[in-house]
Design a protein around this ligand. Structure first.
Ligand SMILES: [Zn+2]
Length: 59
């Protein structure tokens, strides 16, 4: 299981995004950010997605 702590990514938020694969976790992270952080599809640039990959923790 992989996870990204929203707080690690710079949000004041205790949500932890989980997924089985990096693709899944990016998808889940984008959904959470769109729903709870008012982010838009176009905010997820390749750079932003790369950043998110750097925050992934394996557990
Ligand atoms: Zn969050």
């Amino acid at each position: 299981m992989k996870s990204i702590s929203c707080r690690d990514a710079g949000f004041n938020c205790d949500h932890v995004v989980k997924g089985e694969t990096e693709e899944e976790i990016l998808r889940n992270g984008m959904e959470h950010a769109k729903r709870d952080h008012n982010m838009k599809e176009e905010d997820f640039t390749p750079e932003m997605q790369q950043k998110m990959r750097n925050y992934v923790q394996n557990s």
